[in-house]
Write a new protein. Sequence first.
Length: 367
Amino acid sequence: MSKAAELAKWGEVSTNGQVSGRRNIVINGAMQVAQRSASVTGIGAADGYFTCDRWHLVSGATAGRLTMTQTADGPVGFANCIKLDCTTADTSIAAGENVLLQQRFEGQDLQSIGKGVTGAKEVTVSFYVKANAAFTFGCEVYDQDNTRQITKLFNTTTGWVRHEITFPADVDDGSSPFGDDNARSLDLSFWLHAGTTYTGGTLNTAAWANTTAANRAAGIDSFFSSTDNNFFITGVQMEVGSVATPFEHRSYGEELALCRRYFIKYDHAVDGNYARVGFGTRVNSTSVRGILNIPTTMRTTPTTNVSGTPRCEGSGAANISSSGSVGTNNGPYSVGLDLTTASVGSADDAVVIDLGTSGEFTMDSEL
């Protein structure tokens, strides 16, 4: 089928050649939103979400270390990208090492793929990458519900290149469809480093298969071969069908709202000193029971943390203690707070919770 015919299947095409309608399943594919931090150093000892929202870095027992940065060095049409810099090389690779940059998806956002049933659809992943040299890395889609995967290789150059990779449909083979819920069902991963546990087999590229660890990253190079190495990525899109359409740009406000389903940070440095983020009532002169505002429905009940020195203001302002100050009456719509403060006021006083000059609240319901 020609590209024009394939595009016609998607519906109307606007005058600038963009296909209408929501297509990109990836959130923050243009790396616009980085609530946690713009740059984190010394990564490699543990997995985590470090800079750009929704992008999780897996770093399994590697001796290498890297810096992860949201940087303004994207290709034309993209203000931002993720940059990884190798800061400690790892040339003696242990068998179980792996480094993957990945996004994880809820099953209820994948129902249009029709995974595991007759009529299942292909999925196409497109993205822009560059590096300091020519490398071969792996792009994998991994079915968490059925422990199935498929990986295809891609190459980097020193200039921005857009790759378009189509993964075949996984039709009825005894596996189940993705769960229609908020649990983790699929990972889109970029393999950048791995030991023989993951590279010792034969790469599975032609069809989905039950996972054999040794086949997941066979043939990839190591990002940690030299401290000269860097890797840049942006414009990541995953869509149903066999054609990579132009990247679906969303406004910053819409992208931020999508990211906040998984992570929210109230930060005095971003939101302003004394920014008001909640309200409550004094139980006594040193205790406040309050509610933290949540601007969207989170994926699940978040883990909440307070740091710095936010305040309660009412009948006098009082700093909130940093330890033991977050309550357990949380839900996906609001966060209940049991706060300990300096002594001020009395029982039943109404208070407003603000960030003071150094306060932060985070709410995390990531996959």
